[in-house]
Design a protein around this ligand. Structure first.
Ligand code: SAJ
Length: 445
């Protein structure tokens, strides 16, 4: 089979665009496809539409040297990577319509020996369903669902597992699962990713690879729910949850995550529902974790309400709107949810600050919330609510917060910066043991 020279990435979003950049930087000719004309135009100018460290320079370079070209409709290529969203419906059912639309869009340009790889997080069985659709649309070609190793077009599932904010490093260094619908499909997919992946590649069946991806994010959701449940327990017992977790994490086999105003982003807050939908009678733990995490924004609002003085109008400064620190992504952000819930409370003024954005997200338009910078938000407020632990907020002078009531949902000011220096008696560990233990508790960062 001929070498793959041209790769087309369908969907140039948070995953697709960095994937385009990396393939192009390894010398492949890359065709980026997106239905959003504005994204296509921007990429063709060498610009990016998301915030991701180092991505801008790389895109600029590969567009300038002609290795990446963007289009709004699929063009012929040797391999197609589908990286489109897979949201949930309001009834919390997986919605794979973008995957199927992407498959429909590439069907006319597919030819013998092409490879199709689905990267989008998908319910178990989606790769097969997508391939059956391709087979229906292209009866002149043989696909692995019906023809196994005799197929003309190879198909695999290989999920991305990169962390927003560290996408370029993790794309290269993380191990990958590859679930081909045939052995040849897996091998060709492995050959394609070997062009840039330094991690190991593990071959399995498509359905296992689909569940692996969902499992990773459900695992994290369950573990964050544990931390959030502990936060509620500590509140009942008037204890500092950050201290309790920090000390528990000094145990060599305990590694509790951090409490938060909830779980955001387009992955962890969504993917567990794909497992729940597939096995509703056997997902009690995953379902409870989802409930605990999705109720967090409301419990933060209750904490804020408890600080309000009913006799006068007060101003609340909300710091951070993105779903996690040091990024601009506000999708499914619990911080936005907190501000939205607050905006419904009468007789308060809300000022919000998000250093990575120029304006409020559309969900907050018309809500009466004012958008400003952190210092002026603090300056005019009675209550300061820290919703995201952005690095800029770590630099705020404690003097500015002196007379304010604080709700610190991330433990940044009330624990990480306020730890008592005399609360630790250093033992005789070596420097190496000490730095390993600091890395485990997150202190090193
Ligand atoms: N969070 C906490 N407490 C913690 C850690 C995170 O409340 O201790 C919250 C964050 O504030 C945020 C949410 O969880 O709101 C998710 O953030 P994250 O950094 O844990 O993960 P994502 O959504 O940015 O990326 C995840 C990653 N999955 C896992 O770590 C298992 C990433 O590797 C996946 O590729 C990505 O989902 C995805 O695309 O599926």
């Amino acid at each position: 089979m001929a070498e793959i020279k041209t790769v087309s990435v369908i969907g140039m979003g948070y995953i697709g665009l960095p994937t385009c950049a990396i393939f192009a930087s390894r010398g492949l000719d890359v065709i980026g496809v997106d239905i959003n004309e504005a994204v296509v135009a921007k990429v063709n100018r060498g610009e990016i539409h998301i915030i991701e460290p180092d991505l801008d320079g790389l895109i600029q370079k590969v567009v300038a040297n002609g290795k990446l070209k963007a289009f709004s409709t699929p063009q012929p290529a040797d391999a197609y990577i589908i990286a489109v969203p897979t949201p949930i419906t309001p009834e919390r059912k997986p919605d794979v319509s973008y995957v199927l639309a992407a498959a429909r869009s590439i069907a006319p340009v597919l030819k013998r020996d092409d490879l199709v790889v689905l990267e989008s997080t998908s319910p178990v069985g989606t790769t097969r369903v997508m391939t059956a659709l391709l087979a229906e649309l292209r009866p002149d070609l043989k696909f692995p669902v019906a023809h196994g190793e005799e197929a003309d077009v190879l198909v695999a599932y290989s999920p991305e597992r990169v962390l927003p904010g560290k996408v370029l490093t993790e794309l290269i260094n993380n191990d990958r699962s590859i679930g081909g619908l045939s052995r040849k499909s897996s091998e060709r997919t492995a050959a394609l990713y070997s062009s840039f992946v330094a991690g190991d590649l593990f071959i399995t069946q498509a359905e296992s690879a689909e569940l692996v991806k969902l499992t990773e994010n459900a695992f994290r959701d369950v573990n964050i729910a544990f931390a959030n449940e502990l936060a509620a327990v500590c509140q009942d017992l008037s204890l500092n949850v950050w201290e309790v977790i920090d000390l528990a994490n000094r145990h060599p086999r305990v590694n509790i995550l951090q409490p938060s105003p909830g779980v955001g982003g387009h992955c962890i807050a969504i993917d567990p529902y794909f497992i729940i939908d597939a096995a509703p009678n056997n997902t009690r733990l995953i379902s409870s974790a989802r409930r605990i995490n999705s109720e967090r924004p409301l419990s933060v609002v209750r904490d804020i309400e408890a600080l309000l003085d009913p006799t006068r109008k007060q101003t609340i400064a909300c710091l951070g709107l993105s779903f996690k620190p040091n990024i601009d992504d506000m999708r499914e952000s619990p911080a936005v949810e907190v501000v939205k819930l607050l905006s419904k409370i009468p007789n308060i003024k809300i000022v919000a600050a998000e250093p990575n954005a120029r304006q409020l997200p559309h969900e907050l338009e018309g809500s009466g919330v004012m958008f400003t910078d952190a210092l002026s938000a603090i300056d005019q407020s009675d209550i300061v609510v820290l919703l995201v632990d952005h690095r800029q907020f770590n630099l705020i002078d404690p003097e500015a917060l002196k007379d304010k009531k604080l709700v610190d949902t991330r433990g940044l000011w009330t624990w990480r910066k306020a730890r008592k220096p005399d609360a630790r008696i250093e033992g005789k560990k070596s420097e190496m043991e000490r730095s390993q233990s600091l890395a485990r508790t997150g202190e090193a960062a």
